[in-house]
Design a protein around this ligand. Structure first.
Ligand code: SOE
Length: 384
């Protein structure tokens, strides 16, 4: 039987809002009825380009639209709490971009509100939804990696390499206190804790602000897009948040870990690499090569998985939609995440097999602990 049509709206017209619209359209049973953004002309244009029938410039008006059942919040971080809260208060299901909020005081309130309202709540930790992330989890769930001894890796980008690179993510008022750890370290932590089922209990972080003064474009530019401006298009600003960090961490089983995050690593575009050292095998992936996964053994030959549904575990198979040799990547992960969310909304699934506000809150707590650790130069317990 065909799934019932679910009507959705997306708030945010920057880098990721349109990616949500596109992924939702690919589900087949979701109608994106509205797009909302601050700038009316730009929102009209984007809505028309994406084939979305209505454009709003005030999210409160959008929330008053009784047709809309689910709202995606892809606004800048400083609006996450306020908008997520308003979505839930309006009785609509909420899919929030990460971070769930800028502080745990706010994320705790949202977790409680979502529970009180009994509404679906999701946070877009999309990297869980690569088929081979699911395969890594299936290996760990089945005990095939053994006990987790250590986790290490990095998440490197280069879009803030030059002093002329600027983003609202560097503005603590808008983004929250942390830039690199909040923006990309949160993905690393979510992914490795999802795969292993372990929790990060303590962190020791060292932050670096590579460019303490940056040249900010006088007009706003989207992430990854500030490459075509001239000298007169900039003004100087002081930067407080980090664009590089090293973080040691401890897990709930006593195991140790470490990750490096950087937005100033030339040539690394969006390279999340993790390695999980288990007592039976190590599992590793580089998410710029999302169709590959490595398992390493001491006493037998190493294994190399490819994204081929015919060799994936039953658990990972549903996340691969094309045969082996037909790569699936970033936009497909959003589709997979939203498929789980909307199957639940349509009543076709009874489990929250997607990151919820609880996971979003956990990520905010880790970032908050890392910020405090870097400031105070000591280990800090994560206060979930
Ligand atoms: C920008 O750093 C960004 O778009 C992040 O905000 C995303 O979460 C990450 O997936 C890619 O990079």
């Amino acid at each position: 039987m065909a799934m019932r049509t679910v009507k959705a709206a997306v708030i945010g017209t920057g880098f990721i809002g349109p990616a949500h619209v596109e992924a939702l359209k690919r589900l087949g049973f979701v109608e994106v009825v509205a797009l909302c953004g601050r700038n009316p002309e730009r929102t009209e244009q984007k809505a028309a380009a994406l084939g979305v029938p209505r454009a709003y410039s005030d999210y409160r008006k959008l929330l008053a639209n009784p047709d809309v059942e689910v709202v995606h919040n892809a606004s800048p971080n400083n609006l996450h709490f306020e908008v997520n809260q308003a979505i839930l208060e309006s009785g609509k299901h909420c899919v929030s971009e990460k971070p769930l909020t800028r502080t745990t005081a706010e994320s705790r309130r949202l977790v409680a509100l979502a529970q009180e309202k009994g509404l679906l709540n999701a946070v877009c930790f999309n990297y869980r939804f690569y088929p081979l992330s699911q395969q890594a989890k299936a290996i760990c769930d089945a005990g095939k990696a053994g006990d987790v001894y250590a986790i290490h890796g990095s998440y490197l980008q280069d879009w803030l390499l030059h002093e002329t690179d600027y983003s609202w993510r560097l503005d603590q008022e808008v983004s929250g206190e942390s830039c690199a750890v909040g923006d990309i370290g949160s993905h690393f932590c979510d992914l490795v804790t999802f795969i292993t089922g372990h929790t990060i209990t303590e962190v020791m972080a060292d932050f670096q602000t590579t460019h303490k003064v940056r040249k900010r474009p006088k007009a706003a530019v989207e992430a990854f897009a500030g490459k075509t401006l001239k000298p007169e298009d900039y003004e100087e600003v002081q930067i407080e948040s980090e664009d590089f960090a090293s973080v040691l961490f401890r897990l709930d089983n006593g195991a140790r870990g470490a990750f490096t995050v950087s937005q100033v690593s030339a040539g690394r575009k969006n390279r999340l690499v993790y390695e999980i050292d288990g007592s039976t095998c190590a599992i590793s992936a580089d998410l710029e090569r999302p169709n590959e996964l490595w398992a390493g053994y001491r006493d037998r030959a190493n294994e190399s998985y490819v994204k081929d549904p015919s060799i994936l575990s039953e658990q990972a198979q549903p996340y691969a939609h094309y045969p082996g040799g037909h790569p699936e990547g970033y936009p497909d992960a959003f589709k997979n995440l939203f498929l789980n969310v909307y199957r639940r909304i349509a009543g076709e699934s009874s489990v929250d097999d997607f990151p919820t506000f609880v996971d979003g809150h956990r990520a905010v707590a880790i970032v908050e602990a890392a910020v405090r650790s870097a400031r105070e130069g000591r280990w800090v317990e994560v206060d979930y």
